[in-house]
Design a protein around this ligand. Structure first.
Ligand code: B12
Ligand code: SF4
Length: 475
């Protein structure tokens, strides 16, 4: 079957609001895994990254028709769902007989509403997609319909039927590697956020699925509340392939909680040291974990140069409502030890959550200025379908925007007692205050003048100019 796996159109501004030009451009690893399993079963997959290539829905549908796609699989988070629906409608108009299916975070949380809102989709995969997708393709290839497949929702005249869930894949190492070869220029055309790049070319890696933490702002319906891991050997082989076959020199490991199984992390580090790859990497971890000095030393020797921590707020009550269970003093001690080991620290903060007040914002700002952090990212609390907190929002404030603004950077929820302007001003002021310090400026200058392409340096300069404008404008 000629199968297209599509990342729908989404401009940098739709993803990052006013931070658009500074953001990352990363491929969707889920689509690459789907392509890999489809190819393993003898199909002919193609990746269409409309978001990265700046293709609009019209052009994407035209290219798919020219190629003669028979089966179109579209992925979508919440911010991309309207774009995905528009694209599906355009494809349907050109290719009335093509099968068009949807997958990803949004439809997993809201299968019925989504299929009712976007009529061009024949069916949707709910949750983890590989096994579901190959079953869909197998049905299509043998002339059968898509009804009754585990882990799907499908259209049955004007009703939506939801089938029983599909069990999760227990042994992730049975999956083939993501089909990186199907991307157009993995090393040249994609890059992580500049804060998370040490050397170029830099790329992304996923080594586990699921998360057992209980943050109330997060929807974990896709992969569940239990971590499943790729083994150290599989991870090292993925790294080796990216390094030797694609020339990648730096990797951002995007697992939500890479450091959760510390024995696996130690094993990966030891094997990585033995493999002698020319590879540096960053990863994410929770700020309430224990990391002893020996492990920190091992991480550093294995090439880990940055750890990203979800801290979210310095206010106890906000943290409690977000389900973080984080002791900010303990977290700071951990950050300081990570930095002392020669590993940079980046903190994720989220403002404007239910219960946020002027006082809690001030506590977070004061913390930001003194915390042992090398980088920060301040996002705006965003209600996602399926997250426990989303169901309680009416008590705490007003949802002000539709799905197309749910990108963590536009303001789509305003807590009682605050305004959109207060949140924006806080975000800009705190970012400018943090980054426009001599120590941070000289750190960035020394990092990014060494062997970086001009366009990367240009994006840093643009970021600096924007921060300066905010500082001077005192917004
Ligand atoms: C890495 C990552 C990124 C990376 C890479 C993007 C990507 N999509 O791969 C970057 C940094 C670019 C990114 C960006 C964003 N992200 Co993000 N990201 C993640 C993260 C941590 C891992 C994604 C991943 O690779 N998972 C592993 C692969 C295997 O899973 P997958 O991509 O979901 O695909 C599987 C299934 O979903 C399903 N599936 C998916 N699509 C399809 C299509 C078909 C046809 C089928 C059959 C199946 C199927 O099958 C796949 C294989 O099992 C997830 C959290 C998580 N644990 O999922 C958040 C997550 C997906 N991101 C999220 C958000 C909010 C964003 C941004 C809006 C943030 C921002 N402003 O940058 C953007 C949106 C980008 C976009 N184009 O829509 C939210 C989405 C919530 C929501 N309801 O919208 C998540 C769930 C985090 C969270 N818990 O809040 N993200
Ligand atoms: S925000 Fe991250 S750590 Fe918290 S539950 Fe979601 S995936 Fe887990």
């Amino acid at each position: 079957v000629k199968v297209a796996l599509i990342n729908p159109p989404l401009s940098p501004e739709q993803r990052y609001g006013e931070f658009g030009p500074l953001g990352n451009r990363l491929y969707n690893t889920g689509l690459l895994w789907l392509a890999a399993v489809a190819r393993e079963k003898g199909h002919d997959p193609r990746i269409i990254d409309a978001a990265a290539w700046d293709w609009d829905a019209h052009r994407t549908a035209a290219e798919l028709a020219d190629w003669g796609a028979e089966f179109c699989g579209i992925t979508a988070t919440t911010v991309a769902i309207d774009s995905a629906g528009e694209l599906a409608a355009k494809i349907r108009a050109r290719m009335p007989d093509a099968k068009i299916v949807l997958g990803g975070a949004h439809v997993t949380a809201l299968p019925e509403d989504t299929l009712l809102d976007h009529l061009a989709f024949d069916a949707a995969a709910i949750g983890e997609g590989e096994q579901t997708f190959v079953e869909m393709l197998d049905r299509y290839a043998t002339g059968r319909d898509l009804k009754g497949i585990k882990g799907t929702a499908y259209r049955d005249s004007d009703r939506i039927r939801i089938n029983p869930a599909r069990p999760l894949i227990e042994d992730l190492d049975r999956l083939p590697f993501p089909a990186w070869d199907l991307l157009d220029g993995l090393a040249e055309n994609y890059w992580p956020t500049l804060q998370c790049v040490l050397r170029m070319p830099s790329s992304i890696l996923i080594t586990s699925r699921g998360c057992s933490a209980s943050c109330t702002f997060c929807d974990r319906a896709l992969f569940g509340k239990r971590e499943r891991y790729h083994g150290a050997r599989y991870v090292i082989e993925m790294m080796r392939t990216l390094s030797l076959d694609y020339g990648i020199r730096d990797l951002a490991i995007h697992d939500e909680n890479f450091l959760a199984d510390i024995d696996r992390v130690r094993e990966i580090c030891k094997e990585l040291i033995a493999a002698k790859l020319d590879l540096s990497w960053s990863c994410q971890g929770r700020a309430d974990i224990e990391l002893d000095d020996a492990t920190l030393d091992l991480l550093k020797r294995a090439g880990c140069w940055q750890i990203l921590f979800g801290i979210e707020s310095a206010d106890k009550e906000v943290l409690r409502r977000l389900g973080k269970g984080l002791d900010i003093v303990q977290a700071s001690k951990l950050l300081a030890r990570v930095r002392a080991a020669g590993i940079r620290t980046k903190g994720f903060f989220m403002i404007g959550a239910p219960g946020e007040t002027e006082a809690s914002l001030q506590r977070t700002e004061a913390y930001l200025h003194n915390a042992p952090l090398s980088d920060i990212q301040i996002t705006i609390y965003t209600p996602f379908p399926g997250a426990p907190l989303t169901a309680t929002l009416d008590k705490f404030g007003t949802v002000t925007q539709g799905y197309d603004k749910r990108n963590l950077f536009d303001v789509s929820f305003v807590p009682k007692g605050l305004s959109e302007q207060t949140l924006r001003s806080f975000q800009r002021r705190a970012m400018a205050r943090f980054y426009l310090r001599p120590s941070v400026i000289s750190d960035y200058a020394s990092r990014f003048t060494r062997g970086f392409p001009l366009k990367t340096i240009g994006r840093i300069a643009l970021g600096a100019a924007r921060l300066l404008a905010w500082r001077i404008g005192k917004t």
